[in-house]
Design a protein around this ligand. Structure first.
Ligand code: NOJ
Length: 497
């Protein structure tokens, strides 16, 4: 068992997208009371913590990632008293709570922007060639002719982190939520905030700038100065008891660059998006896992695995079916480090691909035709028509009654029960989330990893069943094994030798 302060090192954290999770007041929009009502479900699932995507006061131009008041709850989600009640109940059930922090930009409805406090944002007489991640130019002209920078939607003006008042404000926001008892922060666009001096042009490129990050640095992301911010924040986190932590959402060009965000004087974790984006193939998984482990070990941080979140198509769809998604999940949950789950993946939900355009709300859809709404469809709770929702903000596919938590509850082979079993075993075998990884000889398209001595993980991404000489007990399997014990394609197994 890890000490209290180190709880995050092997934690399984469940991301709640508040609009879509559970609706207590029946207005079609999830809320904090809805989360509170489901704490027993989450405790039964076996997660160590929840991460709440933004629930702050927001005009919702980007699903709440456009914050107008960093210290209050949007009425759509409830009140600050609801938040206090949620955190108290979560803690009483042994579940920690991480909140989202959005420091790169505020809403254009934030009092600073409304009051015209231009030195807290990035205003220029002339725009440069930077593009918004959501498509189109990253600059919008204000009424008096000046332009302001927004790396995301025009309703999300970038804050000026060269201004000490901005820095002081965010230190205070950290303390505000730490004082309310939060266990940590997920830092949005953690590679943003600092822009290269003089705001130089990116220059001519083939294709959108938003897609360039894998190959080279752009002058608005992953700048060295951002690390000073984390070195300012870390002592604040460390000054509170109980192991308060922060996890970086940093899209950077390599695991080496990512590792610079974590360590004893910066943030605690950084999502390994390389793992999330890997193909369902033994070789791709092995390559990203080896690199991620190597880099995090060098800086003494745990690796942070994730397969789905509110920004990418759900991994059932990305990896090509439920069997593969279940197998990838068992691989992830047997890797050393922390793992983040996205609400609904424990039900095996696929991406919803056929939402009518007029219902889509993602600003990226409006600006560049790409939509993240398909992974944000509300969670089906009951097997009754409507799946426990009245007039949800995005329609729930009819077939999802069969995927609902209620429908899966008593089915021993359901995805929900697979996740429950996996998380229970992770608790019984702490080495599953810790320890080292030894790659054993394996046939082509198959991964065989030794964990805790005697605990072996097999993943078959090939087209033929594989029979391995692994006499021992099957602890858990993502799908049925053949009668002769061989592991079928698209299946992962945890063996105890
Ligand atoms: C990353 C968040 O995960 C995404 O949903 C949001 O649109 C951008 N940051 C901008 O805040």
């Amino acid at each position: 068992m890890l000490g209290n302060d180190d709880w995050w090192r092997d934690a399984v954290v469940y991301q709640v997208y508040p609009r879509s999770f559970a609706d207590a007041n029946g207005d079609g929009m999830g809320d904090l009371e809805g989360v509170r009502d489901r704490l027993d479900y989450l405790a039964g699932l076996g997660v160590d913590a929840i991460w709440l995507s933004p629930f702050y006061t927001s005009p919702m131009a980007d699903g709440g990632y456009d914050v107008a008041d960093y210290r209050d709850v949007d009425p759509m989600f409830g009140t600050i008293a609801d938040f206090d009640a949620l955190i108290a109940d979560a803690h009483a059930k042994g579940i920690r709570v991480i909140v989202d922090l959005v420091p790169n930009h505020s809403s254009d409805q934030h009092p600073w922007f409304k009051a015209g406090l231009r030195d807290r944002y990035i205003f220029r007489d002339e725009p440069n060639d930077w593009e918004s991640i959501f498509g189109g130019p990253a600059w919008t002209q204000s009424a008096d002719g000046q332009w302001y920078l927004h790396l995301f939607a025009p309703e999300q003006p970038d804050l000026n982190w060269d201004n000490p008042e901005v820095r002081a404000e965010f230190r205070d926001i950290l303390r505000f939520w730490l004082d309310r008892g939060v266990d940590g922060f997920r830092v949005d666009v953690a590679h943003g905030m600092i822009k290269a001096a003089g705001l130089p042009d990116v220059g001519p490129k083939d294709g959108p700038q938003a897609e360039m990050l894998g190959d080279e640095q752009v002058p608005y992301f992953d700048q060295d100065g951002v690390h000073d911010i984390y070195r300012e924040w870390r002592p604040i986190l460390d000054s509170y008891p109980g192991g308060r932590m922060a996890v970086a959402e940093a899209w950077v060009s390599s695991p080496e660059r990512l590792a610079r965000y974590v360590g004893p004087d910066e943030l605690h974790q950084a999502f390994s998006f390389d793992f999330m984006m890997a193909d369902f193939h033994a070789k791709s998984f092995r390559t990203v896992i080896e690199k991620a482990l190597k880099e995090s070990e060098l800086v003494g941080a745990p690796t942070t695995w994730v397969l789905s979140n509110h920004d990418k198509p759900r991994h059932v769809t990305r990896h090509g079916g439920l069997a593969r998604a279940r197998a990838a999940t068992l691989l992830m949950l047997a890797l050393p480090g922390s793992a983040y789950l996205y609400n609904g993946e424990e039900l095996g939900l696929p991406e919803v691909l056929d939402l009518p355009d007029e219902l889509r709300q993602d600003p990226a859809f409006l600006r560049r035709g790409e939509s993240r709404d398909g992974c944000r469809v509300p969670i089906p709770w009951t097997a009754a028509p409507g799946c426990g929702w009245r007039d949800p903000w995005l329609p729930i596919p009819e077939g999802w009654a069969a995927l609902s938590a209620e429908a899966q509850e008593d089915d021993p082979d359901s995805t929900l029960n697979l996740y429950r079993a996996a998380l229970r075993l992770r608790k019984e075998h702490p080495a599953l989330g810790g320890g080292t990884v030894t790659w054993l000889d394996s046939p082509k398209d198959v991964l065989v990893i030794e964990r805790d001595p005697g605990l072996v993980v097999v993943l078959n991404t090939g087209e033929e069943p594989v029979r391995l000489d692994l006499a021992g007990e099957v602890l858990l399997s993502s799908g049925p094994l053949a009668t002769d014990g061989s592991v079928p394609p698209d299946t992962a197994v945890w063996f105890q030798r």
